[in-house]
Design a protein around this ligand. Structure first.
Ligand SMILES: [Zn+2]
Length: 464
């Protein structure tokens, strides 16, 4: 009875909040937890749960997993709009629950904030947890990487039956599988890709067990790659899914060749060709995470890879918005590695496309914007001959301008425009026909900027 009332109340609150055009998803969950404190433990036993956590790639990986489920005609619940803390997850689950306390859906695929996992995992005891990677992210809010990692391990230590899907190329993720008794499955690369530069490993350079410096058989980006410790021997485990040939990266998609193993018979390896319909090196890892999970579900990997080809990018990492015959491409930037990757994508185009960097410093963005000094804006120098303009905007637009100045860019091309309407007009005006206008917003800037696009062009609201 108490459950029915709570479910009813949450559904009602969600409806009311939507009428007032608020995407707010945390309030109903907070109220539910007040009425029924252990509600998460009660509801989670009624549906198969998948958590996706890690610094970068959570949103995209969740969408890839749900794309695969969809292709198999399996119903699922997901927390699309970034409601990835305990209250948002409670709202998502209760809003989907029927009044009889059951779910029509078979799976709940939930993005979980990496700092919140510590408290959420013991409540829900998820069936599967995917960990994408660990990079420095908003240190002022989350504390040190190592604290975060121990928090994740601590949260999972009360879930011995949870199956783990881990990025084998990330020594932090790999250490989770080593330290916990859980069944663990890994994905990673057998070849190098991207342009690794000496000295670019800033996070996780040293062995988590013995502090010796890792060596690499090959690198992809950041600290990711085929690492091993020369002192204690800590290294990657058997990869269930591996990128086995150099991927072909274009501005629209990535062609990959995967070797997919079989945990029961390591001789039995399938080679599958696929296309990820979104660019960016990091999306190769996201795709492999989703495919590895689907293999652990027992799905035919060939069908999962095919399902990814129909994947659509949504609210979150990257979104393309067609305006006439031009495309405004928004790429969320929230930390050093993510911003570097986004710039990498932009530079790899080497086309006369304008770019805008919109930086806010509200709580959700991280109050401290000094991380911008670690982003390699210097490399934009490679394309400044062809790029017509670098716009700066947001509450900290002035700081962004200063950063570009110190990056040595031609200041005649850098323009501060605080008004978003004007920014859209100016940017699109110099975007070539059939070309792209790249916009790199921080989190709250993305929300505001997107609101303006909804008003002006009637694009979908993000919680739909
Ligand atoms: Zn070591």
């Amino acid at each position: 009875m108490r459950l029915t009332i709570t479910v009813l109340l949450v559904k009602l609150l969600v409806k009311i909040l939507r009428i007032f055009k608020s995407g707010g998803t945390s309030l109903p969950g907070k109220i539910a937890a007040k009425i029924y404190p252990n509600i998460l433990s009660v509801i989670s036993s009624r549906i198969k749960t998948v958590f996706v956590t890690g610094t970068n790639g959570k949103t995209t990986t969740v969408r890839m997993i749900t794309g695969i489920l969809k292709a198999h005609d399996i119903k699922y619940i997901t927390n699309k709009s970034g409601a990835n803390l305990q209250s948002g997850i409670t709202t998502t689950l209760l809003n989907a629950m029927k009044l009889n306390g059951r779910f029509d859906e078979e799976y709940a695929v939930l993005e979980v904030d990496e700092a919140a996992l510590k408290t959420i995992a013991p409540l829900i005891k998820p069936d599967y947890v995917v960990v994408t990677n660990f990079f420095r992210d908003q240190l002022d809010r989350f504390g040190e990487l190592y604290t975060l990692l121990s928090g994740v391990k601590e949260g999972l230590s009360s879930c011995p039956n949870t199956k783990l899907i881990l990025n084998g190329d990330d020594s932090f993720c790999a250490s989770i599988g080593k330290d916990l008794p859980n069944e663990a499955y890994y994905y990673g690369t057998r070849i190098a890709f991207g342009e690794y530069k000496e000295g670019s490993v800033s996070d996780g350079r040293f062995c988590i067990y013995c502090k010796a410096e890792y060596l690499y058989r090959h690198h992809t980006y950041g600290h990711l790659g085929d690492f091993y410790c020369p002192e204690c021997g800590f290294s990657r485990s058997y990869l269930l899914t591996a990128l086995s040939e150099t991927p072909v990266l274009t501005d629209k998609n990535t062609k990959i060749l995967l070797s997919i193993g079989d945990p029961d018979n390591k001789e039995n390896v399938q080679t599958i060709e696929g296309t990820i319909p979104v660019p960016g090196q990091y999306n190769i890892y996201n795709a492999m995470a989703a495919i590895t999970l689907s293999k652990v579900f027992g799905f035919d990997p060939k069908k999962s890879v095919e399902a990814l080809a129909g994947f659509e990018i949504g609210f979150g990492r990257m979104e393309d918005i067609r305006i006439g015959n031009k495309t405004l491409r928004m790429v969320l930037v929230k930390n050093v590695v993510g911003f570097d990757q986004a710039l990498e994508l932009f530079i790899s185009q080497n086309k006369p496309y304008p770019a805008a960097m919109i930086i806010n410093d509200l709580t959700a963005d991280g109050r401290d914007i000094s991380w911008l000094w670690d982003v390699e804006f210097e490399k934009l120098g490679q394309v400044q001959e062809v790029v017509p303009a670098f716009f700066t905007s947001g509450l900290r637009g002035e700081d962004m301008t200063v950063r570009l100045k110190y990056a040595g860019l031609d200041m005649k091309k850098v323009r501060l425009i605080k008004d978003y309407n004007l920014l859209v007009d100016k940017g699109l005006a110099i975007t070539p026909e059939n070309g792209y206008f790249y916009v790199f917003p921080s989190y709250t800037a993305l929300l505001d900027f997107r609101k303006l696009l909804v008003r002006r062009y009637g694009i979908k609201k993000f919680w739909k």
